[in-house]
Design a protein around this ligand. Structure first.
Ligand code: XMP
Length: 514
């Protein structure tokens, strides 16, 4: 086990991800929860101190418990973590007059296992990612320099005897090209971990945690049909069986056959208690005449909570609400809860509900990324068709029908989208694409079919590649494929007479149109 002590960096979770990728089990705990007693119980084989937004030169900025440095285990301090380590072990940190952000190149000064294999061949430079204002001005006793960069003479420092390491840059981000290998060297070579941890082990640990948290209380889980809530539900069911009830609120804005598939999988295949609420009249009624995208989201979010709350009351006595919240949801929703960044879109699947219903949250996927959730889903035996499914937003087709929503428009969009997705699957491209969908535009154009003039809607096709949904690029379909899809949709779907393809990346566009 590796303990990651969090000082509040935006990218702490990436450290955990890199460790998991190399088969090392780790947990992240906030700095103020880690004291000597905690360390005795956790018994880490290595400790990593994360970066953070504070400055060690401020009064009252966070510190690590002294016991971190007296257990005789290897410690790696990253950025703020490096500075904390220096300050606490007798070195000195200063606020820089120049702050350093972005790409830098380090070169080796001394050999160390941390660098093994990194500086081979002709190229004696390693690209790293710096992001810091302060720097170490004086090394603590026992420390020497292992690598430096022009802007950071103490880019990597170490006390080889005690196995304490510090990097001024962030090895966990992708821009530090061999950062993953550095972390691996730290956990495998320096701390001697074997790297045999797997998703199967994650599953077993997650189940234990759920049992410990929930006891014999009842849990309600909102299913959306997406990968995240499905995996969360199956995992929780494995942990606590029929203490779990799932509620599937069908807002009438799902994809083709989606509701049948969700109900079939959970009720019939897994035998998980499932309440299927057909609330399409309610949702479509309230959405009539609404065309502002944020108003749509807020309307759907509020109705969703109303319906869910009513069903929860009927089930009665549940203390816990389960959600398939992922790590990127946690970061993005920080802005919605009052942080400094701007709200681009209100995501409706986080916040609101638990306070109103006085329920505690069970969020077993909270520290996973999408691809890890998929791996866990496969581990749990969920069908590939579910696990590999493209993400689908909570508000559903509502945000893929710019302007006013009607049942007819939703039906048209569903039909067209099903053809598009079927063609993508037939071409063997589905898994290469992060997300593909159609948007029914509130624009009619003139066409000619047979000898008749038509005046019908335009359908936009969208397909993007992405690793986390935060940035994306359009998918470069070949023209023959696009032509085939357009012909089928115009021939088979009444009400659409023109098809266009969206070639916008994110940024500056977003993935969805609203
Ligand atoms: P955007 O459009 O912001 O989308 O680039 C990024 C990813 O988030 C999904 N998305 C949502 N998911 N509730 C959700 O659960 C929402 O309100 C929502 N809005 C966007 C979108 O499909 C893409 O995968």
């Amino acid at each position: 086990h590796v303990l990651i002590i969090d000082f509040g960096s935006q990218v702490t979770q990436l450290i955990a991800r890199r460790l998991r990728e190399s088969g090392v089990y780790c947990e992240i705990h906030p700095f103020n929860k880690v004291d000597a007693g905690f360390l005795d119980r956790f018994d880490p084989k290595a400790i990593i101190l994360s970066g953070g937004p504070s400055s060690v030169t401020w009064d009252d900025s966070p510190r690590a418990d002294e016991a971190v440095f007296t257990r005789g285990v290897p410690v790696l301090g990253i950025c703020y973590g490096q500075q904390v380590m220096m300050e606490q072990l007798g070195g000195k940190v200063e606020s820089g007059t120049s702050r350093e952000f972005g790409r830098a190149f380090i070169e080796k000064v001394t050999d160390s296992e941390l660098l093994d294999g990194l500086f081979e061949g002709e190229d004696h430079r390693e690209q790293v990612w710096m992001s810091h204002g302060d720097h170490v001005a004086e090394l603590a006793p026992g420390f020497g320099v292992i690598a430096r960069s022009p802007g950071a003479p103490l880019a990597i420092i170490a006390d080889l005897e005690r196995r304490f390491y510090g990097t001024q840059f962030h090895p966990e981000v992708v821009h530090t090209v061999h950062g993953r290998d550095m972390l691996r060297n730290f956990t495998h070579r320096i701390a001697g971990l074997s790297g045999d941890w797997t998703m199967a082990a994650y599953r077993a640990e997650a189940i234990e945690k759920i049992r410990a948290q929930v006891g014999d209380a009842k849990v309600i889980c909102g299913l959306s049909g997406g990968v995240d809530s499905s995996v969360a539900a199956v995992l929780i069911h494995e942990a606590i069986g029929d203490q779990l009830t799932c509620v599937y609120v069908d807002h009438g804005l799902m994809r083709m056959n989606e509701s049948e598939q969700v109900v079939g999988l959970f009720r019939d295949h897994y035998n998980i208690p499932l309440v299927h609420v057909d609330a399409s009249d309610l949702f479509l009624g309230e959405l009539a005449g609404v065309s502002d995208p944020e108003k749509k989201r807020k309307t759907i979010g509020k109705l969703f909570i109303d319906v869910f709350e009513e069903e929860a009351k009927k089930i009665g006595g549940a203390d816990f609400l389960a959600q398939g919240t992922l790590y990127p949801d946690v970061i993005e929703s920080v802005s919605a809860t009052g942080g400094p960044s701007v709200t681009i879109k209100s995501h409706h699947n986080v916040g609101g509900l638990p306070e109103r219903m006085n329920m505690k949250l069970v969020e077993p996927l909270r520290d996973l990324f999408k691809d890890e959730v998929r791996a866990l889903g496969r581990e749990l035996g969920l069908p590939e068709a579910f696990v590999g499914r493209h993400p689908f937003p909570g508000p559903g087709l509502a945000i893929r029908i710019p302007g006013e929503i009607t049942r007819e428009k939703a039906d048209t969009l569903r039909k067209a989208d099903a053809i598009y997705i079927e063609e993508i699957r037939n071409a063997g491209l589905y898994d290469e694409i992060w997300q593909a969908f159609s948007v029914l535009l509130p624009v009619n154009t003139v066409g000619v079919m047979g000898d008749e003039r038509t005046y019908e809607a335009v359908l936009a096709l969208r397909a993007v590649t992405s690793t986390d949904g935060m940035t994306a690029d359009y998918y470069p379909f070949d023209h023959a494929f696009l032509g085939r899809v357009a012909t089928r949709i115009i021939n088979e779907v009444k009400g659409v007479n023109r098809v266009v393809y969206d070639v916008t990346s994110k940024p500056p566009g977003t993935i969805e149109w609203e």
